[in-house]
Design a binder for this molecule. Structure first.
Ligand code: GDP
Ligand code: IMO
Ligand code: MG
Length: 454
């Protein structure tokens, strides 16, 4: 059977950790979209692994697959595999021949366009994700399978690279270098193709996964990013360029919707909101320069909200792992979660970071919005309307810090009563049962209520 893990908010909900806690019964973990824009953390025995492209099952020695819906940068993939090997793991990663390749010109163009876009910039990770999916949709992409066939690779590059060079130079007025040099690209990517072939890493993803399922194996489909940054269901244009939602799990893995639908779809929820990037955020607390729209800094800010934001940010470690930039934080947004529950058809919820909110006197949630004078319970379809939404907050009594590892060992009833009231409110509103509650980053700091594989 399959279990699909989907981010229900804006990414970084703790998907990697949930893949890990249920990972024991799993044989194969497949990513179905995105690329090295993801950062999935698994903490085990005090050791922290931050995975960008290698599926999180690698920490437990499970086979990892990058599905056809992914965009793969071979350079970062091999770097990551090599680094994990140096750390004592032995990642067994297969890559779909249908997956698209991120080339250096995609990265260059991602940076160039972000600078150009100004207010419309999503604050991308500059990994070339958007430009690669653009080329996929434009039928001018290079696929993993093409790297194994030098003549095909050459032909593809000769068609596309002059266009990319003209775009960078003539439209954006930038100088281009080796990232746009056909001969250099051909040599480097042909070699990546050889390594992929020599290490037996390429697969026909759907056929491979189906045969594993037919043989009785358990497959986990590991979503990256989150529903509200899905290109169709998210806050366009401040989104990523793929479908993290559960529908993406079928298209991006080659398993049929009935196969994925017979399994479980678990929505991963962070108990508050965090956001790396731009665009509106109705339940935001305080703000962050350069990301919060029209943020005018301490001068115009509400001191209490800023103080709360700093508390949650510090307790939750909500700072960019690469840049150290503070992330935007806010109260839980229920209209966003109702939207996610519907778009994904969640069968269960994993609610993380309950420990981060411990110590607050009151915990609030955005229960509904007021949009142009009307109450609404779900997200409006345009981001402009979302920006006009004012959250109507509900207040819950806070809970104190306790020995969370002991709570995880004892089980759900050991969670402080006020925190349980908060969790049950979320489950009731979404009409979805709670499968797991994260009370800390470690594998031992999760309350498991239901194991989808049992
Ligand atoms: P992902 O992208 O959804 O896999 O999430 P990230 O790994 O980017 O971010 C989640 C962060 O929160 C990581 O540092 C995790 O180790 C940590 N984390 C996950 N679950 C919990 C939890 O329940 N409590 C706390 N305090 N941290 C958690
Ligand atoms: P995980 O899997 C949080 C955000 C970026 C930006 C937008 C588009 O760790 O949850 P992109 O580089 O994808 O074109 O950027 O999406 N973003 C993420 N935010 N977690 C992620 O991944 C993200 N991947 C992309 O900040 O706003
Ligand atoms: Mg992340």
């Amino acid at each position: 059977m399959t279990v699909t893990i989907v981010g229900s908010q804006l990414g970084d909900e703790g998907k990697g950790g949930v893949v890990d806690i249920y990972g024991d019964a799993v044989d194969v973990v497949a990513r179905y979209q995105g690329g090295d824009n993801a950062g999935h953390t698994v903490v085990h025995d005090g050791t922290k692994y931050k995975l960008s492209l290698v599926p999180s099952g690698a920490v437990r020695g499970k086979i990892g697959v990058l599905g056809n819906g992914c965009v793969v940068n071979p350079e970062t993939l091999f770097d990551e595999i090599d680094t994990l090997r140096e750390r004592g793991l032995d990642p067994d990663v297969r890559v779909a021949e249908r997956a698209h390749v991120i080339l250096p010109y995609h990265r260059a163009l991602d940076g160039i366009e972000e600078d150009e876009k100004d207010d419309l910039a999503a604050g991308t990770t500059k990994r070339g994700i958007g430009p690669t999916y653009e080329d996929k949709a434009g039928r001018r992409g290079v696929r993993i399978g093409d790297l194994l066939e030098p003549d095909v690779l050459r032909e593809r590059l000769e068609y596309v690279v002059p266009q990319k060079k003209a775009l960078a130079e003539e439209v954006f007025g930038k100088e281009t270098g080796k990232a746009f040099d056909i001969d250099q690209l051909f040599e480097t990517y042909r070699e990546y193709g050889e390594r992929l072939a020599n290490e037996g890493m390429t697969v026909d993803c759907g056929t491979y996964l189906q045969s594993r399922i037919d043989g009785g194996d358990n497959v986990m489909l590991e979503g990256a990013q989150g529903t509200s940054i899905d290109i169709d269901h998210g806050i366009y244009p401040y989104v990523t360029s793929s479908n993290p939602t559960a529908g993406g799990a079928t298209v991006g893995s080659g398993l049929g919707p009935t196969v994925v639908g017979q399994g479980e779809v678990i929505g991963i929820v962070k108990a508050y909101l965090s956001r790396v990037g731009t665009g509106p955020l109705p339940t935001e607390l305080g703000g962050v320069e350069g990301q919060t729209p029209n943020y005018d800094g301490a001068a115009g800010a509400d001191g209490d909200a800023e103080e709360l934001a700093t508390y949650i940010r510090d307790e939750g470690g909500e700072y960019g792992t690469v840049t150290g930039r503070p992330r935007r934080v806010g109260w839980l947004d229920m209209p966003m979660l109702r939207h996610a529950a519907r778009a994904n058809g969640f069968t269960g919820l994993a609610i993380n970071h309950i420990d981060v909110l411990a110590g607050l006197e009151e915990v609030k949630v955005g229960h509904s919005y007021v949009l142009d004078g009307e109450e609404t319970l779900t997200m409006p379809p345009t981001t402009e309307a979302w920006g006009r939404c004012e959250a109507t907050l509900e207040t819950f009594d806070g809970w104190s810090n306790v020995d969370w590892e002991a709570v995880a060992a004892e089980g759900y009833d050991a969670i402080p009563e006020n925190a349980r009231a908060y969790l049950e409110y979320i489950a009731d509103e979404l009409e979805t049962p709670i499968y797991a509650v994260g009370v800390g980053p470690g594998r031992e700091e999760t309350v498991i209520v239901e194991d989808p594989y049992e």
